[in-house]
Design a protein. Structure first.
Ligand code: FE2
Length: 312
């Protein structure tokens, strides 16, 4: 049948949908049809102009160029558009007592050292307040999980991650910790601070142009995993932070907010670790649910992303 020469925009949408309708994989077919349907509807709704279309191509090109093994502008776009949190909520509906997840973010790096309990991830940070974050990793019945792995990362007290700090070469504020027989872990760090997400690229320009602030409330990142359990990618947040209600990436969940308690006198644990007051402690227990089949973890994906970035 000859293709009609005078197409309307709706004819084009219908023809594109038809062209994808025979996609053999049913999930890919669903995704491609949904993508075309909504993308075309969006373009028609805002009546996208040619200059705006070119601008969008430039923005995506620039975002791609900024990506490396240290920087992920596309994750930042996804985070600031709220897409990451919608995907997170769809993927992890947890009315079951398991620790809630939140965004992975763009700052994880592979290769963090494995440290003993109480090991200091902030050994180069001379300005932050010493902080001990401790707790247990438990199953849904409250039984301790021994040998669970906590992959921890955090911004320095300057508000910069190691990868953003021109004065640093190598990893800092990162570590891997294992739970003991009672499921306990202990991380020595400095008090987390709020920080603006990187604004020297297209995401920053989007935030400025739309009157949004780039700040994230103070937090520490964790991926907690153990054999036989579903890993959780999450943060803990400081309850006193002024940006808890307006996180630039929409990642705050009430169950992840915790108290960082100030101590002006020493404790046996602080003395043992040679920490002079004042210092802070935060207690947080992670609850993992049993694994349901083989699932690709966020760290597998990170491995692939980092390899892509390093190749660029
Ligand atoms: Fe962060």
């Amino acid at each position: 049948m000859p293709v009609p020469r005078n197409k309307t925009e709706d004819d084009i949408t219908a023809e594109v949908l038809q062209r994808f309708a025979e996609t053999p994989d049913p999930r890919l077919r669903q995704i491609m049809l949904g993508l075309v349907k909504h993308l075309h509807a969006f373009v028609k709704e805002v009546e996208l102009t040619e200059p705006e279309w070119f601008q969008a191509i430039e923005i995506l090109t620039e975002a791609g160029r900024m990506c490396s093994d240290k920087r992920q502008e596309f994750i930042l776009f996804s985070d600031t558009l709220g897409v990451s949190m919608v995907v997170d909520l769809l993927s992890h509906r947890k009315p079951d007592g398991a620790t809630e997840s939140t965004v992975f973010g763009p700052f994880h790096r592979l290769g963090a050292p494995e440290l003993p309990a109480g090991g200091n991830i902030a050994h180069l940070d001379k300005t932050g307040t010493p902080t001990l974050v401790g707790g247990r990793v438990l199953d849904l019945d409250g039984k301790p999980i021994a040998g669970a792995l906590l992959d921890v990362w955090q911004a320095q007290s300057s508000g910069l991650y190691d990868s953003q700090d021109a004065g640093l070469d190598g990893l800092h504020m990162r570590g891997k910790f294992r739970t003991d027989a009672e499921g306990r872990f202990l991380v020595r760090t400095v008090r987390p601070v709020n920080y603006p997400i990187p604004s020297d690229g297209p995401v920053g320009r989007m935030l400025r142009a739309t009157g949004r602030h780039p700040w994230r409330p103070a937090h520490i990142h964790f991926v907690v995993s153990a054999d036989g359990y579903e890993p959780v990618t999450t943060h803990i947040f400081d309850r006193t932070d002024e940006y808890l209600g307006s996180d630039a990436v929409f990642a705050v969940k009430d169950s992840l907010v915790c108290d960082f308690v100030r101590h002006d006198g020493t404790t046996s644990e602080a003395a043992r670790l040679d920490i002079a007051p004042p210092f802070l402690t935060a207690d947080f227990d992670f609850h993992l649910k049993p694994a349901t089949g083989q699932r690709a973890t966020v760290l597998d994906a990170q491995q692939r992303l980092a390899a892509l970035g390093a190749a660029g």
